[in-house]
Every structure is written in structure tokens, then in C-alpha cells.
Design a binder for this molecule. Structure first.
Ligand code: ATP
Length: 292
């Protein structure tokens, strides 16, 4: 659905993107993660047509975003990091505007708006001005503006930033439902457990490039887990050790004669992957999949 190849964007001497490749097939949620300044928002801005790249190609459902921008953007719903809503208009009026931009009018428009209000738990505040809503409610309205019209590609840039658990859960449920219905989703976040909840595959951005792409399991397999053992005998009461082979390390410990009271093995997770990006040039690059 979305294919980006070799995107470059410079601001003066700074490379915001420096050969950024990413393919997102229909029905897949890709968690785009990376430290501050890695280029995630610049990528979203380029796909949305807000920023023009200096080099590279990008297409949505085989439409060239740079040459056929208007047609390509009709396939796209974006929830930007900075909220972009009309504060004095009601939630429903904001959604009507975005539905109109997506070419939806009349009964179909009303049906789409009713559905998205329900999905994001916004029905009760539908006729209140956006300016009178809480921050979490506004985030949900922004996500709703991206989803109205059921576009086949969704770009959600930190949609749960500052959200309470209820807001987060409504948003994640709606995103999962859209992907199950066939939408391709690019989801940027610094909150890694969300990506597990979403069943997302991962794309790790660093210094303007994707340095690793795959499932959580594929990307964490090469990282050490942690072995934690507590003892009742004299000596250190607890041992914690990073390990690639917990079974062998535990066997070695038992052979040393100490008697464990409890043994805990923690497999590497997304937090370990994120930390491993510190200083990493390449984690485990997987082929950019052909998602046409
Ligand atoms: P964050 O996680 O903080 O949102 P990000 O991964 O989204 O970060 P970008 O906002 O894409 O990163 O920024 C990438 C780099 O490009 C940063 O070094 C940033 O300072 C620079 N940059 C982005 N937009 C501009 C701009 N309009 N003018 C100058 N530099 C910019």
C-alpha cells in the first residue's frame, strides 16, 4: 500500500532523512520507533504532502505521491503530532469537514461520522466545541478525522501522547479494527507496550534511515535476556545476569553448588531493543518487503 524508497530531506546541513526506505502492506500496523530527531515526523510530513523530499520516491497504492499528490492523498488519513482542529467548531463539524475533504457527503458521510464517533467513544461530546474538550478527547477527535472515510492508509503520529488509559484503549481498539478491515497503518510512538497491544511489526528509525524492520521476535532474538536467581545460602542473596543462553548459565550456577530459591528468566523485549539502538548503526536489517 505504501512504498517509500531512498527518501532524503535536508534542512541546511542537517539530514532529517538520509535514505529512508519503508514498505507497509495492506492490513499491517507498522510501529515506527526511534529516538527524538530520528526522522519519524519528517517521514509522516512527506507522505502527507506537507514537505517535499530532496530525493527519493514514494507511492500510495502505486500512485506517485510527488506527481499525483491529490489522488494519492485521497487514500490517506493523517493524525499529526501537533493537533490540527477547529477549536470553535464542534466535533461533528470538524468531522464533516474532513469527510467532505475525503469526498464523502450525504448519507454516506453521516454514516461514516456516526461510526467513527462510536469507535472512538466520542458520541457523547459530538456536539461540543473542540475547544471545550479535554486534551485526551481532542487527541481522539484528531484520530477520528484521520479515520473518517475509512482511508486505506493511516498515518498516526504519536496519537496517544498524554492520553489517559481510557483514551489509549479506545484509540488502540479503533486502530486494530481498521487494520483488521484491511488498512495499512503507520503508527509512531515512544510508548512501546502499545505496539505489543496492537500486534504491530516494527520499523526502527535512526539518523534518518530505517535500520531494522521485522516482527518484535525477529528483532529481539539477537539481544540478551536476563537471568535472575535468588539464593538462601550464605553469599550474595541475588544474582542478575544478562544472558543469551539462560539454560546453560543456570546449569553452570547449579554446578557451582549454590542452591537457588527462585529462578526468573526475562526474554528480551521492546525496551531492550530500544536501548540497543543507542550507538547501533545497524541492528538486523530485514529486506524491505514488496508491499504493492
Ligand atoms: P520526535 O521523536 O522528537 O518527534 P522525529 O523522529 O519525529 O523526532 P523529526 O521531527 O522528523 O524527528 O526531525 C528529524 C531531524 O530534522 C531533527 O534533527 C530535526 O531537528 C530536523 N528538522 C525537522 N524539521 C525541521 C525543520 N522544519 N527545520 C529544520 N530542521 C528540522
Amino acid at each position: 500500500m505504501l512504498i517509500a524508497e531512498g527518501l532524503v530531506k535536508r534542512y541546511g546541513s542537517r539530514h532529517a532523512l538520509d535514505g529512508f526506505d519503508l514498505a507497509v502492506p495492506a492490513g499491517e500496523i507498522v510501529g515506527l520507533i526511534g529516538h527524538n530527531g530520528a526522522g519519524k515526523t519528517t517521514f509522516v510530513e512527506i507522505v502527507a504532502g506537507l514537505v517535499r523530499p530532496d530525493a527519493g520516491r514514494i507511492s500510495i497504492a502505486a500512485l506517485d505521491v510527488l506527481r499525483e499528490g491529490r489522488a494519492a492523498r485521497r487514500l490517506l488519513g493523517v493524525a499529526p503530532q501537533e493537533l490540527a482542529l477547529y477549536g470553535s467548531a464542534t466535533v461533528r463539524e470538524n468531522l464533516r469537514l474532513f469527510a467532505g475533504l475525503a469526498g464523502l457527503r450525504g448519507r454516506r458521510g453521516v454514516a461514516e461520522i456516526t461510526q467513527v464517533l462510536d469507535e472512538l467513544c466520542l458520541t457523547a461530546v459530538a456536539d461540543r466545541p473542540v475547544a471545550a474538550l479535554s486534551g485526551g478527547q481532542r487527541r481522539r477527535v484528531q484520530a477520528a478525522t484521520a479515520m473518517v472515510g475509512s482511508p486505506p492508509l493511516l498515518l498516526l503520529d504519536e496519537p496517544t501522547a498524554g492520553a489517559d488509559p481510557e483514551t489509549r484503549s479506545a484509540l488502540l481498539g479503533a486502530v486494530r479494527a481498521r487494520a483488521e478491515a484491511g488498512a495499512a497503518v503507520v503508527y509512531t510512538t515512544h510508548y512501546l507496550p502499545e505496539l505489543v497491544d496492537l500486534g504491530a511489526t516494527l520499523a526502527l528509525a535512526r539518523a534518518g534511515r530505517i535500520i531494522a524492520r521485522g516482527t518484535q521476535d525477529e528483532l529481539t532474538r539477537h539481544l540478551p535476556g536476563e537471568l535472575r536467581v535468588t539464593f538462601a545460602d550464605a553469599g550474595e542473596p541475588e544474582l542478575r545476569r544478562a544472558t543469551m543462553d539462560p539454560g546453560a548459565d543456570l546449569a553452570a550456577l547449579l554446578a557451582s553448588g549454590r542452591t537457588p530459591v527462585s529462578v526468573d528468566v526475562r526474554r528480551p523485549g521492546l525496551d531492550d531493543l530500544y536501548r540497543s539502538m543507542e550507538g547501533a548503526e545497524t541492528v538486523a536489517r530485514t529486506e524491505v518487503r514488496d508491499a504493492a
